[in-house]
Design a protein around this ligand. Structure first.
Ligand code: PMP
Length: 452
């Protein structure tokens, strides 16, 4: 589809293929061309594109009832989905605090709800001066104004800066760039976590409501997991100062790391958890915010209700779709496959790109893997942003029938080019060489165009 389209496309005027159908991990366009979806769009499509059980569940729900407003009704699928999430959180997250669920339509809505909930909690808890949010410079929490205000992606923030509420940004956990040679990973993690402690003390703990972070940084960093011990230290610091910990697992949650909740692997429970993408796997637009009884009870025994709400809260068809997605993942033990194929894909990437002169880092967890592209491996110097290398790789990959997620943008004033892979949990060993070979071809062609 070209510039005659009336849609506000991401890149107006670009020639987008017209997607018409799906076949497992493949998307198919109107000309019959097949694209291997190695990034789930943006880490969304964790069951691929044609799951029969999920499609049947959605069809059956629409036949019964497509929508009921949450101010009038609750529904069985919404209740069952909330039960599903909370029983799993209780079973899998060490010292789990999550016991209530607020169902929204996507990740940015989950962020808005989380930020407002944190604020309202402190009002009702008798600590009205707590309103500040601390986040990290390497982060993305969504594109609505509140989510953008706490996010650290400078490129996305820049045009809207005057409209954004104040937020304080601290050091990310980005070992490839920031770990000193004489530091262990653990020591590095403690050092950058302690930036939170210092920042809370500077701002005054009595003014700070929450700290928000992604356990694995996605859209602003190309799959950067926190180093071991980092989040545990963050948890301790938040508790020491009475600050709520919000973890954003919109991208890395719901099994993407090989564990239903990424924070479980870090041994940490947040007070508020945001999830979205993998929850409905793209079959339905849905997200959620989970929170602790302490937060919920304080609000319910206080003013009585969370002062928030959208038209599509707990959308019944979305909930039915998400429930089917989550049941399918469990029935087929797909998280075991995420761990196995994740390790295999990572090994294949390391074999193919480990010595590549322009691949500086290969990282990630489970099936959220990233490559950081550099002009010079020794100095880690990035490419000239004007080259838009990440976008060139995406274009060359699409030309080879491969979807991979490119990212540019600045972190601490540094330009980065990252490629993220987040294939569906149904990935088979046969797909791995196809991904790696096509990516290698795309990278070579993009570099030739960029440098030659
Ligand atoms: N948080 C994170 C970590 C994300 O990756 C995203 C989406 N890329 C969002 C929030 C926003 O989600 P949505 O695009 O569904 O609003």
């Amino acid at each position: 589809m070209t510039s005659s389209s009336r849609i506000f496309h991401r890149q107006p005027g670009a020639a987008y293929p017209v997607a018409v159908s799906g076949d497992g991990p493949w998307l198919i366009d109107a000309d019959g061309r097949r694209y291997l979806d190695a990034c789930g769009g943006a880490a969304v499509s964790c069951l691929g594109h044609s799951d029969a059980m999920v499609r049947a569940a959605i069809r059956a729900q629409v036949d019964d009832l497509a929508y009921a407003h949450s101010a009038f009704f609750t529904t069985r699928p919404a209740e069952d989905l909330a039960d599903h999430l909370i029983t799993r959180a209780a079973a899998r997250i060490p010292d789990n605090r999550l016991s209530r669920v607020y169902l929204v339509s996507g990740g940015s809505e989950a962020a808005e709800a989380a930020l407002k909930l944190a604020r309202q909690y402190f009002l009702e808890a008798g600590e009205p001066t707590r309103h500040r949010i601390i986040a990290r410079r390497q982060s993305y929490h969504g594109n609505t104004l509140g989510a953008l205000a706490v996010g650290g992606n400078q490129w996305r923030r820049a045009p809207f800066e005057p409209m954004l509420m104040p937020a304080t940004h601290i050091a990310p956990c980005y070992p490839y760039r920031d770990r000193r040679d004489d530091e262990t990973e653990e020591a590095y993690g403690q050092r950058v976590a302690d930036d939170l402690d210092a920042t809370i003390r500077t701002l005054g703990p009595e003014t700070v409501a929450a700290f928000i972070a992604e356990p694995v940084v996605g859209a602003t960093g190309g799959a950067v997991p926190a180093v071991p011990g980092y989040l545990r230290r963050i948890r301790e610091i938040c508790d020491r100062h009475g600050v709520l910990l919000i973890l954003d697992e919109v991208m890395c949650g719901m099994g993407r790391t090989g564990h239903l909740f990424a924070c479980a692997e870090d041994g940490v429970s947040p007070d508020i958890l945001m999830i979205a993408k993998g929850l409905g796997a793209g079959y339905q637009p849905i997200g959620a915010m989970l929170c602790s009884d302490r937060i919920y009870d304080t609000i319910v025994t206080g003013s009585g209700f969370f002062q928030h709400g959208h038209t599509y809260l707990g959308h019944v068809t979305a909930c039915a779709g998400a429930l089917a997605v989550q049941r399918r993942i469990e029935a087929d033990d797909l998280l075991a496959n995420v761990r196995t194929q994740g390790a295999a894909l990572r090994a294949a990437l390391e074999a193919a790109f480990g010595d590549h002169p322009h691949v500086g880092d290969i990282r990630g967890r489970g099936l959220i893997l990233g490559l950081e592209l550099v002009a010079d491996r020794a100095t880690k110097a990035p490419f000239d942003p004007a080259v838009r290398l990440h976008a060139r790789v995406k274009g060359e990959a699409m030309a080879r029938g491969l979807m991979c997620y490119p990212m540019g943008g600045t972190i601490d004033g540094r330009q980065g080019d990252h490629i993220m892979l987040a294939p569906p949990f149904i990935l088979g060993p046969e797909h791995i060489p196809e991904i790696v070979d096509r990516l290698a071809g795309a990278l070579d062609a993009a570099l030739e165009g960029a440098t030659g």
